[in-house]
Design a protein around this ligand. Structure first.
Ligand code: MN
Length: 193
């Protein structure tokens, strides 16, 4: 069994001007595909070949983890995006208000942490495994909070390849616009999964 990722839910130009078709072409078409291909090459003819993508993220290490987690993280990132503005479902809105104080507080914390996530990595909205509360967490490189037992709801890719063609060094602008293109129904479904 080899791993694979779902096709994009929208055309490559559907997120413009937030993310250009050129960026989607490189990001989904080249970067993500390279992680998938590399992971498949590494697991071929090994016991890891029996594992699903999520199991690989939870159980592998080293180069297999790096490539499998990057495949998984990208799938999760693209699944969380939508060209059509969505409303935040009431149950999710209530939980965000309860755990962050307000929706604006959540947004500010997400933007601050994503902008300050040093180097290459991912910024996540999670349900913290210890407290059961929503939290914003940073991971580096291919890291994913599910390996700590957290439930993941949303992620933004802050590797430079995600935004550099469109925003150059202005990561904060990319993250701010990201929050206007989140599929909140996807986030809500992860809260209830
Ligand atoms: Mn990426």
């Amino acid at each position: 069994m080899s791993i694979s990722v779902n096709p994009l839910k929208f055309p490559a130009n559907a997120l413009e001007p937030f993310i250009s078709a050129k960026t989607i072409g490189f990001h989904y078409g080249k970067h993500l595909q390279n992680y998938v291909n590399t992971a498949n090459t590494l697991i071929k003819d090994s016991d890891l070949d029996k594992l699903s993508l999520i199991e690989l993220v939870k159980q592998s290490s080293g180069a297999v983890f790096n490539n499998a987690a990057q495949a998984y993280n990208h799938q999760f990132y693209f699944d969380g995006l939508t060209p059509v503005k969505t409303e935040v479902p009431a149950a999710l809105k209530d939980k965000i208000d309860q755990d962050f104080g307000s929706f604006d507080n959540f947004k500010n914390e997400f933007i601050t942490k994503a902008t300050g996530n040093f180097g290459s990595g991912w910024t996540w909205l999670v349900v913290d495994h210890a407290s059961g509360k929503l939290a914003v967490k940073n991971t580096s490189n291919a890291g994913n909070p599910i390996t700590d037992g957290d439930r993941i709801l949303l992620t933004v890719d802050v590797w430079e390849h995600a935004y550099y063609l469109d925003y150059q060094n202005l990561r904060k602008s990319y993250v701010e616009k990201f929050l206007d293109h989140v599929d909140w129904n996807f986030v809500n479904s992860n809260l209830n999964a």
